[in-house]
Ligand binder design. Structure first.
Ligand SMILES: *[C@@H]1O[C@H](CO)[C@@H](O)[C@H](O)[C@H]1NC(C)=O
Ligand SMILES: *[C@@H]1O[C@H](CO)[C@@H](O)[C@H](O)[C@H]1NC(C)=O
Ligand SMILES: *[C@@H]1O[C@H](CO)[C@@H](O)[C@H](O)[C@H]1NC(C)=O
Length: 676
């Protein structure tokens, strides 16, 4: 086994197509030991590093007390809550974990990333009726986090006082009552305008105060991050109703998004979309109102030349989703949202419902077009697939051509991808993600840190003067046109954006070019390991100490001061041999999704870890208990059906839960699948 920490180094040696993952401080010495000519770890000042941080769901809880009971959300009574958080529980994150996380970021990432995407839920959950949250506390917790970012990235020498841009977004627990967010301006948009004053560009503050969304050029004139207020799309927000009706803030938000993307297209810029609640839509899970999902999916398809990628949080499980533009029905998007079943009120979203959701995703992926036989051996599929650009398309057989047509073209243009990073709060283990992107051709661009706010004339003129003239035109047309409820020709009540110009090259989300996301390294803090390491000396102290807060904190600090390497690489797609992600383009994810969904044992990736002999006992299938709780069964039925396993699917599940689940628990999830 290659030790985790060496992976990024190998990566830097050019084993994979992507550039080297973030070189951690402790890795520098390993590089030196190896004596290899690894590219210098910090970019010369004034250059992009080609990396950014995605971090999400801190859920800081200042009531957390080490040594209390996880049954009491780590607030009181004697228990096992550790100083850095209670992994695998519903407890929120102690201040110590937040402090150490930022210390780690400062030590390992400062000067090596170009911007931060911070996707919300910084405040603790409202999960203890004895200590109800107050609006003041929620704002205070957010202020603590904002200050942490400022402390790490402050640079008084630069015009904006920060070395890199930090892009926050509002989470469903950053407001009160949670999930409920009314049309702006409201007290939350006003308060967050203040809390995030250093992060929201001056000329965007008005926009933000109105709706809670904003745009920031993270690489001036090249790349913009659009912070979406997903509270207006969120099914569980009963104060609003989707994106279909003109009176809804969600409608206005989508109009804003469309217009921004149009402007960015005109300026030949690229966009990153960030939000808290992701557009999950699989099985009974519907995070967003359907009308919002429809518009979003439509826009991502139409602006596929502009959007470089999108990141979300909220779900605390590591996964991705593909939006299928064939599921877009403009009329549905334009009409009032249908009543859909939704399970998004589920407050726990425990392993059980999470695995059900992941299974639904997999079922959806299984239904996506499969490559024809001539491309279907997965080993050769890769090669064929990646060579299948426009030039060589003619060389492919008819079936292969038909397949490419089905998926929207050689770059799988039919689809778009949303990436979800798991959380800092240790529902499993604390994590954060560093994404690499292609900066070829960006040498010598003006950096965000060198461009003062006052230099934003272009931005402000264009963005402030937009009105929705075109939109009104569209509506006028519609009024004079035919009416009739079931008229298939009915025009949608919003402007449908154009496709990219037919001569435009595929966008950065589709083919590797400048701004394309190349790989990511998922970092995690194995709290079990960290607690285990110090246990021999100090465990007894911990558990037996009377709960004197100051003493415990002293203890905690003593423990963690050693753990500069709090976070280590869980996996790095740059070197990962299971996912085999050549880059993070839609096509790469499409291919990965098909491999995860593959149930054909003869195929390369359906590794037979467990051989047939174990299958004879099989008749029992999944029992009723399996359906209700895969974890409760344990090993009690020895005659569980050991189906052939798909190694990629298993790895996907393992990573979804940040490596926290045991082999048995993973087996149980896999075996509780509905039989084909
Ligand atoms: C919605 O839920 C009801 C039961 O609550 C079920 O009978 C129905 O089939 C569901 N509809 C959809 C579209 O899932
Ligand atoms: C980055 O994009 C350029 C084109 O802009 C391409 O030639 C190059 O191969 C890409 N680099 C990486 C590391 O993928
Ligand atoms: C975390 O640490 C524990 C204890 O050292 C170890 O047993 C486990 O395998 C580790 N988990 C991961 C995902 O590395």
């Amino acid at each position: 086994m290659i030790p985790h920490r060496v992976l990024p180094v190998l990566c830097g040696l050019g084993i994979a197509a992507c550039a080297s993952a973030i070189p951690l401080t402790e890795q520098v010495s390993e590089q030196q030991i190896l004596g290899d000519d690894v590219t210098s770890v910090t970019q010369p000042s004034g250059q992009l590093s080609g990396r950014f941080l995605h971090i999400t769901d801190f859920h800081l809880d200042t009531h957390y007390k080490s040594g209390t009971s996880v049954e009491r959300v780590c607030h009181r009574e004697k228990g096992t809550a550790g100083p850095l958080g209670a992994q695998g529980t519903e407890c929120d994150a102690p201040q110590t974990l937040i402090d150490e996380t930022f210390r780690w970021i400062e030590t390992n990432l400062k000067g090596k990333i170009d911007f931060v995407l911070w996707t919300g839920d910084s405040a603790r959950h409202d999960n203890d009726e004895r200590i109800p949250r107050t609006a003041g506390e929620i704002i205070d917790l957010n202020e603590v986090l904002a200050t942490k970012f400022i402390d790490v990235f402050e640079d008084k020498e630069t015009p904006r006082g920060l070395s890199i841009p930090i892009i926050p977004t509002i989470g469903n627990n950053d407001i009160m009552p949670h999930n409920i967010f009314k049309e702006g301006p409201n007290r939350w948009t006003r308060r967050f305008t203040e809390v995030w004053a250093r992060f929201i560009p001056e000329h965007q503050r008005h926009t933000f105060e109105e709706g809670g969304w904003f745009l920031a050029e993270v690489i001036p004139n090249k790349l913009a991050a659009l912070s979406l207020n997903t509270m207006y799309f969120y099914e569980s927000n009963s104060a609003v109703d989707g994106c279909a009706a003109k009176s809804e803030p969600g409608y206005e938000h989508m109009e804003w998004l469309r217009i921004q993307l149009e402007l960015l297209r005109e300026r030949d810029m690229k966009a990153i979309l960030i939000g808290h609640v992701p557009p999950a839509r699989a099985g009974s899970k519907r995070n967003w109102d359907e009308s919002c999902w429809q518009k979003y999916t439509l826009f991502l398809n139409r602006f596929r030349d502009v959007v470089a990628g999108s990141v979300y949080g909220h779900m605390n499980i590591d996964h991705f989703m593909l939006q299928d533009s064939h599921d877009v029905d403009i009329l549905a998007a334009a009409s009032e949202s249908e009543s859909e079943n939704s399970s998004s009120h589920d407050p726990e979203f425990a392993v059980q419902s999470r695995s059900t959701y992941l299974n639904s995703l997999r079922e959806n992926w299984a239904e996506m077009p499969s490559p024809p036989a001539e491309m279907s051996s997965l080993e050769s599929w890769s090669a064929d697939f990646f060579d299948a650009d426009a030039a060589s398309e003619a060389a492919l057989g008819k079936k292969a051509q038909r397949f490419l047509h089905k998926i929207g073209g050689p770059w799988a243009e039919r689809y778009s991808v949303s990436l979800v990073s798991p959380s800092v709060v240790p529902n499993y283990f604390p994590t954060l993600r560093v994404i690499e992107y292609n900066t070829t051709g960006l040498e010598g661009v003006t950096l965000w840190s060198d461009s003062p706010y006052s230099d934003d004339s272009v931005e402000s003129v264009i963005l402030e003067d937009i009105d929705t003239d075109e939109l009104d035109e569209e509506i006028a047309k519609k009024k004079h046109g035919k009416k009739g409820k079931n008229n298939k020709k009915k025009k949608p009540s919003f402007k449908v954006p154009n496709h990219p110009s037919p001569t435009a090259p595929p966008g950065p989300a589709y083919s590797d070019q400048t701004m394309t996301w190349l790989s990511y390294a998922q970092y995690f803090a194995n709290l079990s390991h960290i607690y285990g390491d110090s246990s021999s000396e100090s465990e007894s102290e911990h558990s037996q100490q009377p709960s004197s807060t100051s003493k415990e904190n002293a203890n905690a600090n003593a423990d963690v001061s050693k753990s500069l390497d709090l976070y280590t690489v869980e996996y790095d797609t740059c070197t990962d041999k299971t996912y085999k992600l050549k880059d993070l383009t839609v096509r790469s994810y499409f291919e990965l999704a098909k491999r995860i969904a593959n149930k054909n044992r003869r195929k390369h990736d359906a590794i037979l870890e467990v051989e047939e002999e174990e299958e004879e006992a099989a008749s029992s299938e999944s029992s009723a208990e399996d359906e209700t709780d895969p974890l409760a069964n344990g090993k009690k039925n020895g005659n569980r059906k050991k189906k052939h396993r798909n190694r990629v699917w298993r790895t996907f599940l393992e990573r979804a839960f940040v490596g926290f689940l045991s082999d048995d628990e993973l087996d149980d999830i896999i075996e509780s699948e509905v039989p084909e």
